[in-house]
Write a protein that binds this ligand. Sequence first.
Ligand code: TA6
Length: 313
Amino acid sequence: MIYTVTLNTAIDRVIYIDGILSRKKNNKVKRTFYDIGGKATHVSVVLSRLRIPNIATGFVGEKNKEKLMQLLEEKGVACDFIAQAGCPTRETLVILDDAGEGSFMITEKGFSVHGDTLEKLRRKLSEKVTEGDFAVFAGSLPPGLDGDQYRELLQAAAEKGGKLILDTTGAQLRSAIRLKPYAIKPNEDEFQELVGKRLNTPDEYASEIKKLLQAGIEYVIVTLGKKGSLVGHGDEVYRVLPPKVKEVNDTGCGDVFVGGFVAGLHQRFPLEKMIRFATALSASKAEQPESSAFSPERAEQLEGEVVIRRLPA
Ligand code: TA6
């Protein structure tokens, strides 16, 4: 089974502005709608669409829980969240305008998780995640959850042989590294923060990625936004260039990449196929207006346009 764990779930409110978003002006809304927010939930959306069994878990605020559950249900996601009474799930504003330069994402902090809520999730992960399972932890931590508590949750998911796939940042990524996760997916800033230095060339990235591979992490993936990614596995690091697409909404592209990667692992794709699949799926996401939408059919057309080069060149 694949478990996706979103500790700070969200409901995205996507707002399309007529014209260019400007200060000191009445910016008119062209179109607005709600979508699934929170990063690991998006991984579940990808897996569910591809008919790969998975369970989305994590924390939700009881107050507006039904709204998020309904959105997830519409996308066929099986949910098993821990709800905390008296709290709302946070809302994320995703604002797009006609500039075509990407979204503005404005996130709330989310609700503070109580000790008993945390313990319920720890126990669930400890009981459910077993040998051969994947546990995908993605997104920010809610307020009140510290690095040690985060590590306890990871340990609970890994104690019976569950493989950890992490899309996280800062101190929690640093402390999680000690648990030798199966895969990590920082973006370029997060990766530079992790290794504690500025990296200027793909070869400089490759040499730091190799150190982490040698330390026992199976896959080290550094996403570079529109510029693609760097993928390290075994003794090799690859520079991956994505296909060119007309970007409509970039929010969630990284999440869809992780979804494609996990789907590839589940289907035991060879590395090159897995990279092409995840990259093309993520590119197909950028063409869609919603946060959680993508197109497997379009991805199939785009796979051949993904360029993969071994590093150092
Ligand atoms: O990657 C997009 C997204 O998953 C949005 O749907 C949004 O809710 C946000 O990221 C949450 O990110 P955070 O890092 O705050 O957990």
